[in-house]
Design a protein around this ligand. Structure first.
Ligand SMILES: Cc1cc2nc3c(=O)[nH]c(=O)nc-3n(C[C@H](O)[C@H](O)[C@H](O)COP(=O)(O)OP(=O)(O)OC[C@H]3O[C@@H](n4cnc5c(N)ncnc54)[C@H](O)[C@@H]3O)c2cc1C
Length: 409
């Protein structure tokens, strides 16, 4: 406890706190620290929860270097304050001791499609304001990527049980195993009396690489693998194509679950790797090997054929990457995992009649309003793959517009 207090005392309580500015949810960090130091743990937790209902999650898995920690003024010359460590404690305590307030229903009904971070945030915010909420989810439990993507060793799943209890206590009706767009559409929901609908179905379709060999039996997509790693038999050697955060999660999971030797193929230089530094470091500690500047060109039954990538910088500063086909080599493997990003599922277009972008994402204005009256959207299905805190922040913004819309009905 004393180290947490010491951390809270180190905070300069800046008038214009860079940490809060660097946080997509603008967490009021100095104020939370003040309450914490005054011994007001519950009030500190309440402040965090009201600002970001998922603070217990984001305090664990946010890219802190990019957000609060990376913007702390003390980091300019020395050690930045690690607010998130104190936030983890306060937020978890708040969830564990959560007492639902007495909320009078306001007679409005909102359907939330997708029970990931954006849907959980929306359901909690609106339920606390008296809205009757039904939360529809294609899978059998809440959490979205928090449950079916991020591995247990990075985010203990029991935290989601605490959230389920909170949603239940707020009288949020949950319809598991219900994929909107297959048989039910937003039009059906409006006929049944929903005043507004919020779509937050994420991006669950893995991008394909476009290589020969991609359909072979030992080739898998990272986000499919992470959904249920125990279902896979990967063998001793695993090669991962792609070097982002999802690739790091797949690699570290394969080491734990299948005891495999894992090699990540990065088609950029070590400095340009797309995963966060902290994730690369942890993957390296776990024993993941990485080959940089190499491009996979074909997958065979027992190897990935690669060529080196030559990087040149032109006089005008523009960077060119070119495959050097003279440099071909093979990386032997038992399984291949493809981790080069993901997009929205095909059912996004059949959920309702809202317009989609060229990338298949739902088209919204800055407040999450789609082109379909009464239908709002936020999270990855709108922005493409981002982070949990960004999904929360967008959902929060959209909740204000849903309220405005419902008040004017
Ligand atoms: C492997 C992995 C690791 C990640 N690690 C981090 C990290 O460390 N930190 C971080 O901040 N972010 C991380 N992210 C990103 C983060 O998880 C997402 O940005 C965030 O979950 C987006 O929230 P969302 O609510 O928009 O979508 P999702 O979490 O994808 O939730 C969407 C939900 O909608 C449901 N759904 C889909 N279609 C339908 C339908 N038609 N009807 C009903 N329900 C439907 C899905 O089953 C899912 O439950 C990671 C992502 C992945 C894939």
């Amino acid at each position: 406890m004393s180290t947490m207090k010491a951390e809270a005392e180190r905070c300069l309580k800046c008038k214009v706190p860079g940490c809060a500015k660097g946080c997509p949810a603008s967490t009021p960090i100095p104020q939370v620290f003040n309450l914490f130091l005054e011994g007001k743990l519950k009030e500190a937790g309440e402040m965090l929860f009201n600002n970001n209902p998922l603070s217990a999650v984001t305090s664990i898995i946010c890219p802190h270097e990019r957000n609060c920690k990376g913007h702390c003024i003390l980091g300019k010359k020395g050690q930045p304050v690690e607010f998130y460590k104190v936030e983890q404690y306060i937020s978890r305590f708040y969830l564990e001791t959560f007492q639902p307030p007495l909320v009078e229903k306001n007679g409005k009904t909102v359907g939330v499609v997708g029970a990931g971070p954006a849907g959980m945030t929306m359901s909690i915010i609106l339920a606390l304001k008296g809205y009757s909420i039904t939360l529809f989810e294609a899978m059998d439990s809440i959490g979205g990527t928090l449950r079916y993507g991020i591995p247990e060793f990075r985010l203990p799943k029991n935290i989601l049980e605490l959230y389920k209890k909170i949603l239940d206590s707020l009288d949020v009706k949950f319809r598991p195993n219900t994929r909107i767009g297959t048989n039910i559409t937003t039009e059906d929901m409006f006929l049944d009396g929903y005043d507004a609908i919020f779509i937050c179905t994420g991006t669950s379709r893995p991008n394909r690489y476009g290589l020969l060999g991609e359909t072979l039996g030992h080739v898998h997509f990272a986000i499919d693998y992470l959904r249920s790693p125990d279902a896979y038999k990967l063998g001793k050697k695993v090669v991962i194509l792609g070097a982002g955060n999802v690739a790091m999660d797949a690699a570290r999971t394969a080491i734990r679950k299948q005891h495999s030797e894992v090699t990540i193929l990065n088609n950029r230089s070590v400095e340009e790797i797309s995963a966060d530094k902290a994730e690369v470091e942890m993957a390296t500690i776990d024993g993941v090997k990485m080959l940089h500047d190499c491009q996979a060109v074909r997958i065979t039954e027992d190897s990935v054929k690669c060529v080196k990538i030559d990087k040149t910088i032109a006089e005008d500063g523009s960077v060119n990457y070119k495959e050097d086909f003279q440099s071909s080599f093979e990386v032997p493997t038992d399984s291949v995992i493809i981790a080069i990003g993901q997009g929205p599922g095909a059912d996004v277009v059949s959920v309702g009649s809202a317009k989609v972008t060229q990338r298949g994402l739902l088209q919204v204005d800055e407040f999450g309003r789609t082109s379909q009256k009464g239908v709002f959207a936020a999270g990855d299905v709108v922005t493409g793959p981002k982070t949990v805190i960004e999904a929360v922040a967008f959902a929060k913004k959209a909740s204000e517009k849903i309220e405005e819309y419902c008040n004017n009905l």
